[in-house]
Design a protein around this ligand. Sequence first.
Ligand SMILES: Cc1cc2nc3c(=O)[nH]c(=O)nc-3n(C[C@H](O)[C@H](O)[C@H](O)COP(=O)(O)O)c2cc1C
Length: 287
Amino acid sequence: MIPPDHVSFVDRTLQQLGVPPLPEGEGREGVLGWLHSVARSHVDIAPAHRPVLIANALGSPPVDVIEQAHARGVKVAALAGAAKHALSHVANGVDIIIARGYEAGGHTGEIASMVLTPEIVDAVGPDVPVLGAGGIGTGRQVAASPALGAQGVWTGSVWLTSEEYQQLNSNRGMTDAFLRATSADTVRTRIYTGKPARLLKTKWTRAWESEDAPTPLPMPLQNLLVSDAHSRMSAHGDPDVVSMPVGQIVGSMNEVRPVATVMADPVAGFEQAAARAAGIAADPDAP
Ligand SMILES: Cc1cc2nc3c(=O)[nH]c(=O)nc-3n(C[C@H](O)[C@H](O)[C@H](O)COP(=O)(O)O)c2cc1C
């Protein structure tokens, strides 16, 4: 089902970008949860790890999965990029809505957090908890979420430059690319999975914007097409040739920090931002 022209474009592009084949026997990334069967196998394995929450990115989880989770006392969250998606999640039995704005890393819609979060909060009403997501990394951004009506926040990108993530991720080129990127260095594109997702802008994403680039395939075929390419780029480690989801907050990810600091800084920043807003509310004329 994958056209040969797509395969030859990927091969040609990797060659042009100087990315060698994987060494013999080196592991491949494989297909992530974009297939129903793979996603369900994640759900089968999850209970052994005693989760308190299962979150689904693309649509509501199947109703039987929601029921299974509830039977075990596990809450279910789902990401929403538009108010109508949030309403359909609630109708399917989802407990927590994650309002994920345009700025977010990974799959994302077209509406920015500033507009999306209050729209979703108003649509689902006061009984459904909403978390703000997309572009959150500092205390001021955390403080914006309750101001927009959310009960908390959900973050992704900001963890990619944690010290602990470096132990899982051997691709130092990718970390260097994050550290030097500005908030303008991301692009929302279908080339990772077939659905729009925000990635770091690199020579790889630019190649897909060239005139001879094919149109990305629908999910799950696009990820099948590029998953070997992802493994090859990771093994190569060139910061100019990276294929990785990250949000616009990458412009503030300028150093590798321990997880404890990635948590503590926004907490302290939130307290300052909340106090500042409270001060303005109490005395609008104060300097
Ligand atoms: C590298 C990366 C991988 C992600 N993978 C998933 C995923 O598998 N499932 C999911 O629900 N969301 C995934 N997300 C999206 C996050 O759940 C979240 O919506 C997003 O990161 C929030 O925006 P932020 O990146 O600005 O913090 C991913 C995000 C990143 C950066």
